[in-house]
Structure formats: structure tokens, C-alpha cells
Design a protein around this ligand. Sequence first.
Ligand SMILES: [Fe+2]
Length: 393
Amino acid sequence: MTWMQIKHNLLFAFARVFLTIKPRRSATYQVFGGDNSSHQLGAYIGRQGFKKLLIVTDKPLVDLGIVQQVLAGLENTAVESFVFDGVLPDPTFSVCEQGLAVYHDNQCDSILAIGGGSSIDAAKLIAIGATNSGDLLSFAAKKFKEDPAPLFAIPTTSGTGSEATAGAVISNDGDHKKSIISDDRMLPKASALDPLLLTGLPAHITAATGMDALTHAIEAYISELNFGDCREKGAAAIKIIFEQLPAAYENGADKGVRDAMSNAAYMAGQAINQVNVGNVHAIAHQLGAIYGIPHGLANAMVLPHVLKLSLTAARTELTEIAQMVGCNTAEEFIAAVTTLSERVGIPATAEKLNTKDFDLIVERAVAEGFGYGSPHLMTAEECHGILNKLLPQ
Ligand SMILES: [Fe+2]
């Protein structure tokens, strides 16, 4: 056993004790689902007595009319809304500072995120800054003291699961290195999973975000931490995604399919909220930071390779998952993941990858992976090997 493995085992022995004493929440306080559930959430926010709601979103969702569709649900309430639509993919601390300024300028008392993981994660950090002094970057390194401002979430993709998690991934402005900020108090107070907001989602985004949700579900299921109902939620999500993702990709206008996928993404989010993600995310975060590869796409490309690394340590769990989706063995399941990726148009290799960056990617990915409960502790050599497989042939 290497020194790294000994340190990792000690760390996770402590983590198990900590999680036994203080388990992570597995659900938001209130979830609205089905057609026009975003309006139900709007009415709920009104009933809670909030008066000035900051909307955290991105310009494309404003241009597509999605934000206006949601805001129509506030018309018969006393809630006034103020839109910050400056969120960009992989939001930075400075983007969040801009949103926080809109919150303070309008003396808001609550926040509603409308969007994918970028908007929901940015809103989580803005909510912390709304009630705690200090610049937002400081919360990457220290615990915040006061409870964040009340946060609500409406996901417009079925992937990130951020509406069900107590964490946010925010990028540094300079080097785009990602910081993970996590605290149970960051969990949204309520969410709406409204399929009517998802029917126009482009096929390539449906594919990438759906594979992100699948990665969450698998990484939670095989996590050595195995706390709470992470396996039940992960298993349910895996089955739905295998059945429904091709249909969502091919016929995104089908509300029933969109409803199923948003529930799967939510359950996968609940699963990682209890045991966190794993080595797939440890690598994918670096590919996003350095090359801007969309998060779900990076996960999808890395996923089969990391699963092969986990075959020995997680054969039992991978075989269980295999049988859920009609395969016999762990190897067959990994092949089925690759087939699913291909079917929804995910490439096997990354054009942007450059070997000159490999040492940096490996250093950061191995360090990040050390803190996850992946069944196999990834070495630098193994990470290098995966990156080589992602190079265009
Ligand atoms: Fe993810």
C-alpha cells in the first residue's frame, strides 16, 4: 500500500465517522414537478412573504423567453423581480460579484436561479455573499458564518443536479481553476422541475447534460462512502437515463421524456449530495477549466475510462448496475455506457486536448480525486493514460 493510499484511507475513516454523526441532507425542502410547476414555485415564493426576488440566469434564456415564462408565475403575487442575466458557462467569482451587486442595489430578500448548473451554482455563491461580509473569493477558502439568503432553483437542463445539492463549482478569474464550495445551508429551499421549460433544449445539450446526470448516479453508486440512500437514488436515476436519454435526444419535444429525465437528474443530484462525485469529475473539471469543454461532455468522454480503472475495486457494484440495465457483467455495462454516448452524439476524443498541458491536468485531477470517495485511488500514471486515450487518433 502506498503512502497516498494510507493517507486516503485515514481521511475516509474520518469522513465515515463525520457522516455518521452528521449525515448530508438528501433533498431540498420542497420540490414542485410537472407542467407549469415553475408557476407553482413562484406562488410558493410569494406565500413565504418574500418581496424582492433576484433572478440569476443567462442571456440566452432571456432571449428564448424562458425567463419571462417563469416570471409569469409571479404576476399574481406581491413579489417584485430583478433580473441578473450575466451568468456565463463555468461562472467566475467576478460574475458572481456582479450578481451580488444587483442583489444589494435593489435590496433583494431572496434569489431564484433559472438555468443550468452555472446559474444555480452562481446563485448559491451570491446567496452566501448576500448575508456574509467579505469578497466572494474568500469563501473558497473559509467557512461562511451567516445562513445564505433564501435560494430557489428552476433547472432548465436535466443534468447538473445542482438544484438538489449543497455545493457550487466556481472558477477563478485568472487561471479558471475551479473551487468547490459546499455547505448544507447552500441547498435550495425549493425547486421546480418543469418539463415545459425543457422541450426546446438543443439535442447536443440534452446529450451532454444527460451524461453528466448519469455520471453523478454511477459515481455515487460506486462510492466507497455508501451513505444514506445514495445507491437507491443512483440506481433509479441510472435506469431512467438508460431508457430515456436516447428518446430525449431524438425527440426533445416529448414532455413525458423530459419529465422523466429531470426527475432522474434530480435523484442523481440527491445521490451525490450524500457521497459526492469521483474521479470522472476530478478529470472533467480540469478539461473544463483549461479547454472550456462543457462539463457533461467532458464527463461523458472520461466516464468509460475511469470505470475500467474501477473494475477491480468496484466489480460488485458495477455488476449490480449492469444487471439493472440489462447487461450481465461489469465489462458489458462499461461497453453499454460507450454505446449510449455514441448514440447521443458524444465524441470519444477531445480535439482541444494538448499534451503540453497533461502534467498540470494530472496534478490537479489526482489532487481533486484524492478528496473523493472513488473506489480506486487514481495515480498520476493512470490519469496520464486516460488523457492519452482522449487524444484524437
Ligand atoms: Fe457533474
